[in-house]
Design a protein around this ligand. Sequence first.
Ligand SMILES: Cc1cc2nc3c(=O)[nH]c(=O)nc-3n(C[C@H](O)[C@H](O)[C@H](O)COP(=O)(O)OP(=O)(O)OC[C@H]3O[C@@H](n4cnc5c(N)ncnc54)[C@H](O)[C@@H]3O)c2cc1C
Length: 385
Amino acid sequence: MSKTIAILGAGFAGLPLAHYILKHYADKFDLKLVLVSRSEELYWNIAAPRAAIPGQFSDEEVFHAIPPAFAKYPANRFEFVHGSVVAWQPDSNTIGVVLHQGAERQINYHTLVIATGSDYSADMPWKLIGTSQETHAALDKLRSDVRKADSIVVGGGGPTGVEFAGELGHEYAKTGKKKVTLIISEPLPLGPRVQEATRMSAQKELEKLNVNIITDTRVTKITDSNAGGKVLELSRGDGTLETLHADLFTPTWGVKFNTSFAPASLRETDGRLKATQTLRSPGYDNVFLVGDCANKDSYAALVREKQVRYIASALGQYFKGVKLDDFVPESKVGMTVAIGPSRGVGDLFGFNVWSFFVWYFKGRHMCTNIAAEYVAGGKLILGSF
Ligand SMILES: Cc1cc2nc3c(=O)[nH]c(=O)nc-3n(C[C@H](O)[C@H](O)[C@H](O)COP(=O)(O)OP(=O)(O)OC[C@H]3O[C@@H](n4cnc5c(N)ncnc54)[C@H](O)[C@@H]3O)c2cc1C
């Protein structure tokens, strides 16, 4: 009887690994792959900051159906399970799934790959919100809120906040159509791991688009305004408090890792799963971890795709029964941040890269040009797979 390998999560990490296993290992090692996902579509959330601007990307460009991309594999090798993983018993190799239709199902596995990634809090569609239908609805609502607002405040100076402020700046603030403010807790955007030169470039690019940046400030309270919109309480670095009115407030913080189904002993305090040097759960050599849910920084392609390639090759060693090579984490920051459709900043291998480079590789299309191929298998953002 075939061995069952279950992949939990069909996102940027789970999807390419599923194709890879089906192409390279399923017949060779007599495997049946069960891919479990609460969403039937891959949300190309890399494009989310632009997709949230009315009239930019269509839903067809950012949502891609998953089951048709696997129709080419025989039924004895592949099954798609549309549902949410709610329980995991690593000692008995079982997971519990609440299916999309409501019924419950238990799946026994020989080998498990956990790739359940992360979500954003406050129901912001920077990533999936539950099912893809719920995400379509949240994206539509955000577009409509953006359309109606005269003043928009973006909270958070990470890449999502900078990209969204850049899109708003390009579309509206540059020409004075709307007032756009970015609130960041540090003196410069993008966080301390990114080189100062790149952070300064981000600040300059945003200012060129008329984005007002409030630095060293935290949003400490959000209340509904009687005049509509929100009143934000801002706490400055020097301890003073101020208020700011926004027709629309869009937080970009609050990443949460999708690991609540895992035993607490296998999770870090931030919710990520503990991972060994071979990206496995401590004490469970048949459980592999990849992507945002694993305790290895995986924010961008440079890091995440390294993990995906590693797991692909490690699974070959594992099924052959040989010792696995250790994973060598990426030590350098790798980040490209589009600032509107025509400019960008980046920190790659210690270099503050040119705006043209970021525009060429990301900003002009937000990598939507490869999304369909990515879902069909054989492609990662950084090359073929
Ligand atoms: C706005 C934005 C822009 C970004 N831009 C870039 C970029 O330019 N380049 C880049 O490389 N990275 C970018 N990232 C980061 C990138 O999105 C993540 O690194 C990537 O999504 C992580 O992939 P993943 O497969 O680990 O998880 P995810 O993509 O989060 O996928 C998780 C999958 O698991 C499923 N799932 C979750 N919980 C359950 C459950 N309980 N049961 C069943 N299924 C479940 C989900 O439905 C989904 O299919 C960006 C992120 C954001 C927010």
